[in-house]
Structure formats: structure tokens, C-alpha cells
Design a protein around this ligand. Structure first.
Ligand SMILES: C[S@@+](CC[C@H](N)C(=O)[O-])C[C@H]1O[C@@H](n2cnc3c(N)ncnc32)[C@H](O)[C@@H]1O
Length: 275
């Protein structure tokens, strides 16, 4: 950890504490429902990172630590560290890894420690993704590699539109910009520009598509279980929730299987700290 700096300078910001509460309150559902989906997107991305000879790897915003064993498999000699602001998420992390409550925009690490740093589905949660990338650049060794995964376009498929319209109609709380700002990192050009501004070189991005085919009940389980959908759903009264579920179920019955396929763009980014 960094010497000579007062610990207060590394405490999570108020914005990060809001995120921590959001994630900690639904950590179980995240681990059960969402982590197994995201890991299918993250595995091919980890294959692209130079993990083989790494000594220290940082998984920033590690959540329930899904990536840690995957990283360790690819970096057998490395110490793989997971940090996150949400204590409730870290509490469900795998054993045998250093897990630290820490804000990715205020890393309490000395400069030049890590060979590889990862932000998997995290940058859009930072009020300023650039601040997180700059911190990562500081913590990386010269020539070290940063890898990022963010979402591209907004999910739009019939079931999701039905769900969102129902929440709007019932007056659910709007999607909160305090939770996520996808618009800052939802295109390859935006990710590349941020990586360059943070001082990284040789930035490469790649766009792919995540596909999740769900039954109607699986779709509803996801919507009420985690993420922004859950946040909006829980802002309704008990009667509102019941009405929402019964109307959405009725509409979903009329949908063909294609209407229940989530196809979201995913953006992978990789760049180096100058040697
Ligand atoms: C969508 S989850 C991704 C978790 C994990 N990387 C994965 O791929 O499964 C986003 C995580 O970022 C964390 N997070 C949000 N803002 C953060 C910040 N400022 N510093 C550290 N972690 C943060 C959240 O608590 C949450 O666990």
C-alpha cells in the first residue's frame, strides 16, 4: 500500500458509497443470476490479456470475485488482488484471494505494482471513468496492460421494452445516473479516447454481442433480481409490483421466443502503459 499518504485520501467517495449500497443489497442474486452470465462474456476477453507471465494482477470492481479464479488459471504465478467498494459483494468472493474494500478511483496502492489491471463491467459505474483509468495507469508497471469491458448499445428486445414501459406506466423511479453512466463508455471510439487520455498507448477495442435466450420466467427472475431493473421495480408499492408482474406475464405470453432474446453489444478494450 502507498506510504506517507493519509488513509482518508483513499476512502471511497460518496458516489462510490451509493454504488456500494446498491450492489451489497442484492449481492446474493447477483452471484446466483448475473455473475454466471457475465463470466461467459469475460472469458474470451481474459484470453486476450498477457496474463501468462504476470506477477501481480488487479481486478478492479471485482464484485463477487467471479474473475479471480479465471485470472489465476491464466496467471498461475501471480498474486491476483480483487478490490471493490461493495463489502456485501466481496463477502461472497472466493477464498484464497486478497479482497480489499477500495474505491477504484482512489487506489491505495503504490505506483508501478501491477502487470495487468482489469475493469470488467465497472467503468460505467464510475462518475468519471477517466479517474479510474488514470488510477490504474498509476498502479501498473511500465509496459503493463489494462483491459476493460463495457456495454455498447442499450438492450432493446421486445420483452425488455414491455418491462420498461410497464415500469414507466406505473411511475417507477427512473433509471439513475448516480448508478450507471453507460453513455460515457458505450462505443469503441469513446473507450479508445479515454484510454489515450489516461496515458495508455496501443489501444485496441473489439465489439462483440452477448446473447441470452430466456424463458418468460427467467426474464422476470433477472428483472426483479438484480441491477437497475430491480432498483426500479422495488421503488413500486406492493400493489404496483403485483400489477406490474401480472401485466408483464400476460404480455410475455404473447411473445415468440425471439422476443425474449437479449442481444447486447459488448466492448472489449486493451491498452498498455508506456514502457
Ligand atoms: C457489474 S459489477 C461487475 C463485477 C465483476 N467485475 C464481474 O465481472 O462480475 C460492478 C462492480 O463494480 C463495483 N464498483 C462500482 N463502483 C466502484 C468503485 N468506484 N470502486 C470499486 N468498485 C466499484 C460494484 O460494487 C460492483 O461490484
Amino acid at each position: 500500500l502507498e506510504a506517507g499518504v493519509s488513509p482518508e485520501e483513499h476512502l471511497p467517495t460518496p458516489e462510490a458509497k451509493t454504488l456500494a449500497a446498491f450492489y451489497s443489497s442484492a449481492a446474493d442474486a447477483y452471484k446466483r443470476l448475473w455473475a454466471p452470465e457475465l463470466i461467459t462474456v469475460s472469458r474470451p476477453f481474459l484470453d486476450d490479456l498477457p496474463l501468462g507471465g504476470a506477477s501481480f494482477v488487479l481486478d478492479a470492481g471485482t464484485g463477487v470475485g467471479t474473475l479471480l479464479p479465471e485470472i489465476q488459471r491464466r496467471a498461475p504465478a501471480a498474486t491476483v488482488v480483487g478490490i471493490d467498494v461493495a463489502e456485501g459483494m466481496l463477502a461472497l468472493g472466493p477464498r484464497g484471494f486478497p479482497l480489499v474494500i477500495m474505491d477504484a478511483t482512489r487506489l491505495a496502492f503504490r505506483q508501478g505494482i501491477y502487470d495487468v489491471g482489469v475493469f470488467a463491467f465497472v467503468l460505467f459505474h464510475l462518475p468519471e471513468p477517466l479517474a479510474g483509468l488514470r488510477e490504474m495507469a498509476r498502479a501498473l508497471k511500465r509496459g503493463g496492460t489494462v483491459g476493460t469491458i463495457t456495454w455498447g448499445d442499450d438492450p432493446s428486445y421486445e420483452a425488455y421494452d414491455i418491462w420498461s414501459e410497464e415500469l414507466d406506466r406505473l411511475g417507477a423511479a427512473p433509471a439513475s445516473g448516480a448508478i450507471s453512466r453507460h453513455d460515457l463508455v458505450d462505443a469503441e471510439s469513446k473507450v479508445e479516447a479515454l484510454l489515450a487520455e489516461a496515458g495508455f498507448v496501443s489501444a485496441r477495442t473489439r465489439l462483440t454481442v452477448y446473447e441470452n435466450r430466456m424463458t418468460a420466467e427467467e426474464f422476470i427472475t433477472h428483472r426483479v433480481g438484480h441491477g437497475m431493473s430491480r432498483h426500479r421495480f422495488e421503488s413500486l408499492t406492493p400493489d404496483g409490483r403485483a400489477e406490474c408482474l401480472s401485466r408483464v406475464r400476460a404480455s410475455l405470453e404473447r411473445l415468440g421466443p425471439e422476443g425474449l432474446v437479449d442481444r447486447s453489444e459488448v466492448i472489449y478494450g486493451v491498452a498498455q502503459k508506456p514502457a
